[in-house]
Design a protein around this ligand. Structure first.
Ligand SMILES: [Zn+2]
Length: 471
């Protein structure tokens, strides 16, 4: 007696190609298929198996396709997208360029900047972005969220505004004056009530396209009370607390002068080192400070290319990983292209530490890809949903065109992706089961309109930036 094969199950979307799963074993399925249903990955297997078991009205099936998990940008500031190119050779740029420009932005400007940034990211294969410290008014926040929703990119939006004024006396100036801080009493409570309401509408760690997070942007501008309350809120809500720390010499000087402690030591003193803590940068963290972060199972968002803009130090990413710190990569507006950031990380760490120790594997391709996918998902607290191509996860993945001569013949795929692939290879992008880039065309935004509005906004904001520039 013969048994008829079961009829194929209905799926919403099928995609075929060489699948780089980035599961725990970094398994690669050379001629594979993905079935998507209800925004989630239903099955991953060989092409034959997926074709036999599933049928769908939509199908991405392109010759030489390489399917990778959607890339994750762990740290950026979308509001800075309009003027990011003006910071070249303009150190220090935050107080002279970024701050005056963002303070002069209208909610519509914030909308345009977020749209432009989302377009740059999606077209380079980024499916999730963490907006690392959104400031401005509620109207700016609403406009940014509208732009992100329209673009269709997954986002983790981290909010919180300062509650402390400060003055930094530079190292030699301390002979005449002291650094100081002045807390706005009650501001931390008011601000974190607003954040708690935001988190209840945008639950952290959920599968929703927009999730929330808490910002305590720096030890200079946020009070001890704020940090303590923010840490409690993070633990109560399962949110992450994002802090720029050990980022620049001025901040380290300030912490030593005012608290008598280095930045990460100070964070430990006030009780916020833990699994909920995400440090942006940590370039100037000592080995001892990294040990503290490792013991706390905290995370670091590492912006490899931004290291070159800030010019303070290259963090020891291999040591971070060895100590148990989760490291994810971030564009921080320096590239808005994770292929550049991945290649930048490989070159930066090999040049600064690999060459010295004759160790070409100081940051191998598998590690770099982990930091842009599965580890980045852990960093954001979203690893149940994103970071790899596995059944049950949200359907966030990218189809790369592997037909270009720079990717042929394909013999060793992970190093090829880090060393040779580029944003131009991104052909289709799927976020939450929805095709948002189709054959290199962004389906969700009118790019001409976004670019025209960006031009109008920068005609007004450009002179503001020019005032702060040296040249
Ligand atoms: Zn930042």
């Amino acid at each position: 007696m013969t048994v008829d094969a079961a009829p194929p199950e209905q799926a919403d979307l099928l995609a075929f190609g060489c699948i780089v799963t980035m599961n725990a074993e970094k398994e690669i399925v050379p001629d594979g298929g993905i079935a998507v249903r209800d925004k989630c990955i239903l099955a991953v297997g060989s092409r034959k198996e997926i074709e036999r078991r599933y049928q769908a009205r939509s199908c991405l099936d392109r010759r030489y396709a390489i399917l990778i998990p959607g890339l994750i940008d762990c740290h950026t500031h979308m509001s800075q997208a309009l003027v990011r190119t003006l910071i070249a050779h303009e150190l220090p740029m935050i107080h002279r360029i970024y701050s005056p420009v963002t303070q002069n932005m209208t909610p519509d400007d914030a909308r345009v900047a977020a749209s432009l940034c989302a377009a740059q990211l999606l077209l380079s294969g980024v499916t999730t972005v963490c907006e690392g410290a959104i400031g401005g008014t509620d109207e700016h926040l609403a406009a940014t969220m509208e732009a992100i929703s329209k673009a269709g990119i997954r986002s983790n939006i981290v909010i919180g505004r300062p509650d402390q004024a400060f003055h930094h006396a530079a190292l030699y100036s301390q002979a005449r004056e002291r650094s100081w801080l002045k807390v706005s009493e009650g501001q931390a409570e008011r601000e974190l009530n607003r954040t708690e309401a935001f988190l209840s509408c945008n639950p952290p760690a959920s599968a929703a396209l927009i999730t929330g997070g808490i910002c305590a942007s720096s030890l200079t501008a946020f009070s001890e009370t704020y940090f303590r309350l923010a840490g409690d809120l993070a633990q109560r809500t399962g949110s992450k607390l994002h802090v720029h720390a050990a980022r620049d010499r001025e901040e380290v000087e300030f912490c030593l002068a005012v608290f008598g402690r280095r930045p990460i030591e100070r964070l430990l003193d006030i009780g916020v080192v833990g699994t909920h803590l995400v440090i942006a940068h940590a370039m100037l963290a000592t080995d001892h400070e990294l040990t503290l972060l490792g013991k706390g199972q905290s995370a670091v968002a590492h912006s490899a290319i931004e290291c070159l803009n800030i010019l303070n130090a290259v963090p020891n990413v291999r040591l971070m990983r060895e100590l148990g710190i989760t490291v994810g990569l971030g564009c921080d507006n320096a590239a808005n292209d994770m292929f550049s950031v991945m290649r930048g990380a490989w070159i930066l760490h090999t040049a600064t530490r690999g060459i010295q120790g004759y160790d070409p594997e100081i940051l191998d391709a598998g590690a770099v890809l982990e930091m842009a996918t599965r580890d980045a998902g852990v960093l954001l607290g979203l690893d149940r949903h994103i970071g790899s191509i596995e059944p049950g996860k949200r359907a966030d993945f990218v189809l790369l065109d592997g037909s270009g001569p720079h990717l042929r013949p394909s013999l060793n795929l992970l190093p090829e992706l880090v060393r040779h692939a580029c944003r131009g290879d991104v052909r289709d992008v799927v976020v939450d089961g929805r095709v948002v880039v189709d054959d290199r065309r962004l389906c969700t935004l009118d790019l001409d309109e976004v670019q025209e509005k960006a031009k109008i906004a920068i005609d007004r904001l450009g002179p503001v930036a020019a005032k702060g520039r040296y040249r």
